[in-house]
Design a protein around this ligand. Sequence first.
Ligand SMILES: [Zn+2]
Ligand SMILES: [Zn+2]
Length: 242
Amino acid sequence: MIGNKTIAAKKNTRFRESLLDTFFPKVCVGCGKIDTFLCPKCHSKIVRIKSPLCLGCGRLSEKGRYCPRCKLKTKLNGVVIAAHYEEGPLKEAIHTYKYEFVYDLKNVLATFLADALKREGFNEKYILTYVPLHPKKENWRGFNQSKLLAEEVSNITGLELMENILKRKKNNPRQIELKRRKRFENVKDIFSVNEEIVDKISGKKIILADDIITTGATLGECAKVLKENGARQVWGLVLGKH
Ligand SMILES: [Zn+2]
Ligand SMILES: [Zn+2]
């Protein structure tokens, strides 16, 4: 039986979509063509990463794993980066998705993440989760962009999604506004795990989804608390490196 709730939810989604179309007409983020947020031509200009590197030193490294020297500085096992941030309209697509509340771009962006996971051989032994927003910021924005991406990647790949495992204790300033050294201080000890489901982490290989990465400070802090609570491996998964 399909409940009235499902029908109501569908009507609601359609209503919201029609509202969004009115206030945010569909325009390609790359070329301005109407009726699409990313036309096929601009989509094809986004360049996927074929040879993953160690994020710390830039040496070639399978799966984006940290090399023996760089891994001493982070709790992350590695970072999977889907595409080149500066090539094609990837930057514009991420920005529009994140700051202009464009839900349609979520599916396109999640496909890049899912493809990168498949390419690097991450299978169903890995569990997906995401970088949490502070509740105040999530309320203000109306959604957590990383959570929605993780949900969609889970739908595409079939990898299990673990929700609400991490909490952000402090509503810290945005990393993008800070210099490199300050970024590590800004996120230090701001995450904790949800005590009610902490036993779910033990022995797990976890993939943390986020939109972009710069220094890896935020993902590294998340990895730290996950490993303190028994996670076996923690990997980052992002669209691009800024
Ligand atoms: Zn276009
Ligand atoms: Zn390295």
